[in-house]
Design a protein around this ligand. Structure first.
Ligand SMILES: [Zn+2]
Length: 68
């Protein structure tokens, strides 16, 4: 499985590649990237419209949780 595919499936953040505990099934962004995107595009609706990326629903996977 490639990183690009993981982003597309919402396994990880589209912009910084931080992984989530569960797959979303659509492209998502982590809290930090989501906030930056809203600042850039003006609103959540615009971010979704312009990028096709949604806010994540599942918690971010912390580095300690990462499976080697
Ligand atoms: Zn991110």
């Amino acid at each position: 499985m490639s990183i690009a595919q993981d982003m597309y499936d919402g396994d990880c953040c589209t912009w910084c590649n931080v992984y989530f505990t569960k797959r979303h099934g659509f492209p998502v962004a982590c809290d930090r990237c989501w906030k930056e995107a809203i600042e850039e595009f003006g609103s959540e609706e615009e971010v979704i419209k312009e990028t096709g990326v949604h806010k994540h629903n599942h918690p971010e996977l912390s580095p300690e949780d990462e499976i080697e």
